[in-house]
Every structure is written in structure tokens, then in C-alpha cells.
Design a protein around this ligand. Structure first.
Ligand SMILES: Cc1cc2nc3c(=O)[nH]c(=O)nc-3n(C[C@H](O)[C@H](O)[C@H](O)COP(=O)(O)OP(=O)(O)OC[C@H]3O[C@@H](n4cnc5c(N)ncnc54)[C@H](O)[C@@H]3O)c2cc1C
Length: 291
């Protein structure tokens, strides 16, 4: 049985701002509900909260193509992201990650804003958004500001958003067509799996096979989405050899105990990370790999 104090549905940002200004007591934003309604069933923690249903806000359901960025509204669903021509063209790693979320029913009823705000370390969009250098647009106290993705997270399932702070959109720098990508998800089961580990990789080389951009990180592994400039620097400016690739794989897997501490899963995750990283990089570098 779901228990809330009240329920309000809003259809524009203006209605949203008016609604939150008039509500006394704590507010609970509801988008697709795929996380929230599961959590709310577990106990009475939201009994005194007024639910503000934002899923119908039209301004939050669009994907805009601006000069340097795709601006993806917070209530755009994972299915819409997976099917979007713009996202497939300019941020294909995000389209792939969105397609890996749950089932088609879940994808149709879950939003990118909810994926961020829920802050599960296993959330599929976070590692791709980290390597894409995404930013988040937040509406707080009537003012919109743009913050780097990593800045909204405080830990697993914890952001620094207040209950009335609205994620408006995610700004994703557009990739050029020659940036290769890979999104690998290791789950418990093939279908409907919540990730045990994901690896998001972007790699770009020039006409001589020299790496000009390299970003690789993991999801479902660290408390918050992270990027590793030291790992990027291991390949940028090089024509990677097998040894370079092995060193990257070793360095990336070393981040697991370094950042997340030694856990029961470390023994499993470290060798999986090493093996997968080598495979991913060999495939992305392909024939340009040097002896
Ligand atoms: C069966 C099942 C399978 C799943 N599989 C996956 C999977 O494979 N990969 C994966 O990543 N996730 C998975 N999920 C989790 C879930 O679908 C996602 O986290 C989803 O993106 C949450 O979005 P939502 O719109 O449903 O958010 P909601 O449940 O409505 O909200 C989640 C949280 O975000 C807050 N919130 C929502 N929108 C905003 C906003 N615009 N601004 C500020 N706060 C906001 C809410 O207040 C709430 O705290 C699964 C869930 C289920 C039930």
C-alpha cells in the first residue's frame, strides 16, 4: 500500500514552480516511478510527502540538437533515448546503454533524470555520461544552473539535490563520427539484469593510428560516476601496443580496490575488468594495434 500526503500532477515548468512554492512539508518528485514506486511500497517513509508528478512536463521530454551539445530533457525515457536518431548519431554509447535498461516496459516508463537522481551505482547511463563529460541542468530556487555530472553525487543512492530541486536536462557534448565506443554490461542474468559491472569506453585515433582521445570507466563498481585522466593519459599520443593495452587493463582494475575498498566482489571484478578491458581495447583499436 502506497502512502503519500498528497499528489499533484504538473505539465509545465511554470506549473512545477508554482506547485512547489505552495506545498508545505517535504516534496517527492515522481517521474516514471520505476524506482520510486518500488521503494515507496517497502515502508511508510513517504507518508508525510507530497508527490509532484513531473513525468508530463513537456519541456522535460524533448531532445534538442544545439551547436555543441545534445540537450536531453530529464523526463525523456530510456526507450526514447535508445531510439533517438540524434542520440544514435552524436552519443551512440548512451543510446546503447539506454537500450540495456530493464525491459521495453521499464524503458518506456523510466527516465534519464530518474536514473541520475536515484544515484544507484548500478545505473546504466552513469558510466557513459561520465566518459561523455555530460553536465546536468538543475532548477533550484527559481534559477537554472549547469553543473558537471559528478558534482551532483555524494555516494551510493545519495545526491546533493534538495527535495524541490529539479533536474531539467542532461547536456551531452556531441561526439564526432570517428569516435569509436563500447558499452559492455556484465549482469547477473541476461535479461532484465541490473548491472554487476559496466565498462564505458570512447576512443579516437588520427590517420596515423595515434590516439587523440581515450576515456574508459566502469559503472556498478564505484560509489559515484568517475573519470580517470591518468588512465586516459596512458594511451593519448601513442600508437598503442599490446603492452600498452595490458597496462591500461591493469591500471583500471587496480582502481577497484583503490576506490571502492576490498570487498567480496573484488576478487571477481578485478580479473573480469582486466580481461574485458583488453578485449574492448583490442576491438576498438583493431588493425591499428602495434606489436
Ligand atoms: C524491473 C526493473 C528493472 C530495472 N532495470 C534497470 C537497468 O537495467 N538499468 C538501470 O540503470 N536501471 C534499471 N532499473 C531502475 C530504474 O528503471 C531507473 O533507475 C530509472 O531510470 C528511474 O527513472 P524513473 O523515471 O522511473 O524515476 P522515478 O522512480 O520516478 O524516480 C527515481 C528518483 O529520482 C527522483 N527524480 C526523478 N526525476 C527527477 C528529476 N527530473 N529531478 C530530480 N529528481 C528526480 C525521484 O524523486 C526519485 O527519488 C530497473 C527498475 C526496475 C523496476
Amino acid at each position: 500500500m502506497l502512502k503519500f500526503r498528497d499528489y499533484i500532477r504538473v505539465e509545465s515548468k511554470a506549473e512545477y514552480e508554482k506547485a512547489i512554492a505552495s506545498i508545505e512539508g517535504p516534496v517527492l518528485l515522481l517521474a516514471g516511478g520505476s524506482d520510486l514506486l518500488v521503494q515507496a511500497r517497502q515502508d511508510d517513509r513517504y507518508e508525510d510527502h507530497t508527490v509532484v508528478d513531473i513525468f508530463g512536463i513537456e519541456e522535460l521530454r524533448t531532445i534538442e540538437d544545439t551547436e555543441g551539445h545534445l540537450v536531453i530533457g530529464a523526463c525523456v525515457t530510456h526507450e526514447a533515448i535508445a531510439q533517438s536518431l540524434l542520440v544514435n548519431r552524436y552519443a551512440p554509447i548512451l543510446a546503447e546503454a539506454a537500450l540495456s535498461v530493464g525491459s521495453v516496459q521499464i524503458r518506456n516508463h523510466s527516465s534519464i533524470g530518474g536514473n541520475l537522481a536515484n544515484a544507484s551505482p548500478a545505473a546504466d547511463t552513469l558510466a557513459p555520461l561520465a566518459v561523455l563529460n555530460a553536465e546536468v541542468v538543475i532548477l533550484k530556487d527559481g534559477i537554472e544552473s549547469v553543473v558537471p555530472l559528478a558534482e551532483i553525487f555524494e555516494g551510493p543512492y545519495k545526491t546533493n539535490l534538495g527535495d524541490r530541486d529539479l533536474i531539467v536536462s542532461v547536456r551531452v557534448p556531441k561526439l564526432s563520427a570517428d569516435v569509436r565506443h563500447d558499452y559492455t554490461k556484465v549482469g547477473r542474468r541476461k535479461a532484465l539484469s541490473i548491472s554487476r559491472m559496466t565498462i564505458a569506453t570512447l576512443l579516437q585515433t588520427d590517420e596515423n593510428g595515434v590516439v587523440t582521445r581515450f576515456d574508459m570507466t566502469m559503472g556498478a563498481t564505484f560509489p559515484c560516476p568517475m573519470t580517470f585522466p591518468d588512465i586516459s593519459a596512458m594511451l593519448v599520443g601513442k600508437r598503442p601496443t599490446k603492452e600498452d593495452i595490458s597496462e591500461v587493463a591493469r591500471a583500471l582494475s587496480a582502481k577497484i580496490p583503490e576506490i571502492a575498498g576490498i570487498r567480496a566482489s573484488t576478487r571477481y571484478k578485478q580479473p573480469v575488468c582486466r580481461r574485458l578491458s583488453v578485449r574492448i581495447l583490442q576491438e576498438l583499436i583493431g588493425d591499428e594495434q602495434h606489436a
